[in-house]
Design a protein around this ligand. Structure first.
Ligand SMILES: Cc1ncc(COP(=O)(O)O)c(C=O)c1O
Length: 441
């Protein structure tokens, strides 16, 4: 890159096939970042852009934390890599026990992976394996929900409830049934958990009655659906799922890839909403996004059942990744655990939430805004559909970048999830810029 001829410049961009992106458009009009610090990212021409979505819900502690950079550098100079199968390094154990300090009581067995998608597929396998060793190998069905996002691996795509992520790939994936989503029209502009909608959890009971609860391995839900555009659970909804799972011996899995590590104003969605699952997934903020990493945390009895059923001196769970518990990721994770503890980052998220939500809900008066949902340090602003679904949302995220605001849109939902180091002035800047761009549409 760096050609003076614009056509050559476009040519030089062709090799990179971008994920979840409008490749053709981007290569004609790229919107790039070359540097980031704290709340801001910087464009190649040096413009400052405030990061209202923490990258992709990752940088809870703000960009380019020197503590993490130093820890990764030192780790890379000491032990760069070691096979995670039948070998280990001390930081993997250390990080697992630090993670378990934040998860609900009894959820204390930590399996490391490299992404949210891998955490979901790993959790599916854990559920299948658990039932198999408990003498119920017929439990092969999974239940998830419309509007869910569970990553892009084949298991996660089967669970997915977002049509564009399924229609090309998910048609042949059997054995997953979807509960209805909880975005009821009467819940428009509700802040936090809606009063209405807990009865939608009865869909699970209907599946138990239709397919036999004894055939269902696990129910997967995001405590608050994130990627679709922030759908907090109706009051009592997760509790009811828990009850039905218990009554039918089904494992409850919370996909906490976004909701984990403070985003809901508590350690995890589990604590924020007072419901403890059997297995939870996480990724993103576990390393502040600075290294790829995810984890699956299981209740101890799930781990015990699987490991005790295995041979005395042989592999018990035939699953793992070359980069599971990678030393650099563990070092980044440990540095992030220190930041979370020393800066009381999760308390900070909880304390800033009311100011953040007040600011976002102040956009309600704009005629173009059709709904706002928010909880903790996450919110979504829906803009009215224009031409085709998603067209306006796409246009808005481009204009926002040009005006100095970075956020993620899913269709016509603009998703806000700022780093927890945000101060009131940053929240004001985000909402002012949003108002300006939305008012000009
Ligand atoms: C709830 C949930 N699960 C899984 C994933 C997939 O994570 P990754 O993109 O790291 O594979 C995401 C990503 O946003 C997510 O929000």
């Amino acid at each position: 890159m760096g050609h003076s001829d614009p056509q050559l410049e476009v040519q030089a961009r062709q090799q990179y096939w971008m994920p979840f992106s409008a490749n053709k458009e981007f290569k004609q009009e790229p919107r790039m970042f070359v540097r980031a610090q704290g709340m801001y990212c910087y464009t190649p021409d040096g413009r400052e852009v405030i990061d209202a979505s923490s990258g992709l819900f990752c940088v809870a502690a703000g960009h380019c934390r020197p503590e993490i950079a130093k820890a990764v550098y030192e780790q890379m100079s000491t032990l760069d890599y070691i096979a995670p199968f039948l070998r280990a390094h001390p930081k993997a154990f250390e990080l697992a026990s630090r993670v378990a300090e934040y998860t609900p009581e009894g959820m204390n067995r930590v399996f490391f992976v490299n992404s949210g998608s891998e955490s979901v597929d790993t959790a599916m396998k854990m559920a299948l394996m658990y039932h198999r060793v408990k003498g119920e190998p017929q439990r092969q069905l999974f239940i998830s929900r419309e509007r869910a996002y569970h990553g892009v691996n084949m298991g996660g795509v089967a669970l997915a409830g977002m049509v564009n992520n399924r229609r090309a790939f998910g048609v042949g994936l059997a054995g997953v049934y979807h509960m209805r989503h909880t975005a009821l029209p009467e819940n428009r502009f509700v802040r936090g958990q809606p009063e209405k909608g807990a009865d939608l959890a009865e869909d699970l009971l209907r599946f138990c009655q239709l397919y036999g609860g004894e055939n269902i391995a696990a129910v997967f839900v995001e405590p608050t659906a994130g990627s679709f555009g922030c759908l907090p659970p109706p009051k009592g909804y997760l509790n009811r799922l828990r009850e039905i799972c218990d009554a039918h011996g089904i494992l409850l899995v919370f996909d906490e890839v976004i909701t984990g590590w403070g985003r809901m104003g508590a350690n995890f969605g589990a604590q924020a909403f007072g419901v403890t699952p059997d297995i939870m997934t996480m990724a993103k903020a576990i390393t502040n996004g600075a290294q790829p990493m995810g984890a699956v945390v299981a209740r101890q009895h799930v781990y015990d059942a699987i490991t005790e059923a295995g041979p005395e001196r042989g592999v018990e769970f035939f699953h793992g990744y070359t980069y599971s518990a990678h030393p650099a990721a563990c070092a980044a994770g440990l540095a992030m655990m220190d930041i979370i503890r020393d800066e009381r980052l999760i308390d900070r998220a909880r304390d800033m939430s009311p100011y953040f939500l007040d600011a976002v809900y102040s956009l309600k008066d704009l005629p173009i805004v059709t709904d706002i949902r928010g909880v903790g340090m996450m919110a979504a602003v829906d803009v009215a559909v224009d031409k085709a679904p998603g067209a306006r949302g796409h246009e808005v995220q481009k204009r926002l970048y040009d005006q100095g605001l970075n956020l993620k849109n899913t269709g016509d939902a603009l998703i806000l999830a700022p780093p927890f180091v945000a101060e009131k002035k940053h929240i004001d800047e985000i909402v002012d810029k949003l108002r300006k761009v939305l008012s000009g549409l």
